[in-house]
Design a protein around this ligand. Structure first.
Ligand SMILES: [Zn+2]
Length: 371
């Protein structure tokens, strides 16, 4: 922990003192702000001056297994917020709960934001519990991932595990999907925006590296320029590569689906890439777009005669078997993937939308002659 209490209740942020001062502070007795048990000073050439429990026991400030990387980042972010004139508290307990976010930000408008700088992995249950608790207290959580978790694989791609996909956020309705990383070694944010999931861990996105000293907090939530062409092309290339690959490690339902395709005399490689379209809410789906979008055509859109209509409800129902239960927590607008896909087909003249949720087929399907 970075702060501890003196016997009179005053909080001391150890890292704010110089070495000689810390030496003098060693004469005092310090208590853990959570459990009120004695803590000792840890300071030296290589560590951020901090406190640690004298004896190992179960305390909420013990459980996080805080690394030096995490502690350093938390402190840098704390000073960064302060320099911007924001009211920020370090490791402060939220009243009537036992939660202590890394940083608690009080905005001028009276809102509170919990900044969680997450460098270690966290279980689904714990993440859910924390988000729920914050929501219950009217606090908005902002998850900033440790830069140690960023796995960039090319100019427009990163590997994003299913676990890290939980931190996808969309701060406002008109914002693109984004992920925030902060590296306490390089003292810089990496703001990944315009994220397109592929159905695998390989993820498309645009990277912005921003030194801490050069940006202000609200700027993290501004939409950054998008290289439309490169983003789309990277996504399409990946989908085509996936469709051409043997499904050795694919889940059972996907394998069964491809087998059915073969039985109908079709191969995945024959599917025209022109029917594939990246949708933002791909996080709802358990399989890559080249599977569920093709499936939608084969099951519903191809058999439908031209000038006949079909409802969005029906199409969603067909895709239900590919859906997952959970979506990321911090998403403001959530258009169903099938709806986004149909909007795209309308835009390109395949269908026309009638009313809010009915589509009329306008021309023959792109690969109906193959069936
Ligand atoms: Zn304690």
């Amino acid at each position: 922990m970075l702060q501890a209490e003196l016997e009179d209740g005053r909080l001391v942020l150890l890292a704010a003192y110089r070495t000689e001062q810390i030496h003098k502070l060693r004469k005092h007795r310090f208590l853990c702000p959570a459990c009120k048990k004695a803590v000792i000073i840890r300071a030296g050439k290589k560590v951020i001056p901090h406190f640690a429990h004298e004896q190992i026991h179960d305390c909420e400030l013990n459980r996080t297994g805080e690394s030096l990387y995490h502690m350093r980042g938390k402190l840098q972010l704390f000073h960064w917020f302060k320099r911007q004139g924001l009211t920020v508290r370090l490791e402060e307990r939220i009243e009537k709960s036992t939660r202590r976010p890394d940083l608690l930000l009080h905005t001028a408008g009276g809102k509170r934001l919990a900044i969680e700088y997450q460098c270690a992995s966290i279980s689904d249950e714990e993440l859910f519990r924390r988000n729920e608790a914050y929501e219950h207290d009217g606090i908005r959580p902002i998850w900033i991932l440790g830069g140690n978790r960023l796995k960039r694989t090319s100019t427009f791609m990163l590997d994003l595990s299913k676990r890290d996909q939980r931190f996808l956020m969309q701060y406002k309705r008109d914002m693109p999907l984004q992920l925030l990383y902060y590296c306490s070694d390089s003292e810089a944010f990496c703001n990944v925006q315009h994220i397109l999931l592929t159905g695998k861990k390989q993820t498309v996105g645009q990277f912005y590296f921003l030194p801490l000293q050069q940006i202000q907090f609200p700027e993290l939530f501004h939409p950054l320029p998008k290289n439309h062409q490169k983003i789309k092309q990277t996504w399409i290339d990946f989908q085509s590569r996936m469709a051409a690959k043997p499904l050795t490690y694919a889940p059972g339902n996907m394998k069964r689906w491809v087998l059915q395709l073969y039985e109908r005399g079709l191969t995945l490689q024959e599917i025209p890439v022109t029917i594939l379209y990246p949708v933002e809410a791909q996080y709802h789906m358990s399989v890559p777009p080249y599977i569920w979008q093709t499936d939608l055509w084969l099951e519903q859109l191809i058999p439908l005669p031209v000038m006949n209509s079909i409802s969005l409800e029906r199409l969603k129902h067909v895709s239900k078997r590919w859906e997952v239960l959970h979506k990321p927590y911090a998403i403001s607008s959530d258009i169903h993937p099938v709806e986004s896909y149909m909007n795209h087909l309308c835009l390109h003249g395949w269908f026309e939308q009638m009313g809010t949720d009915v589509y009329v087929k306008k021309r023959r399907s792109p690969f109906s002659e193959m069936i």
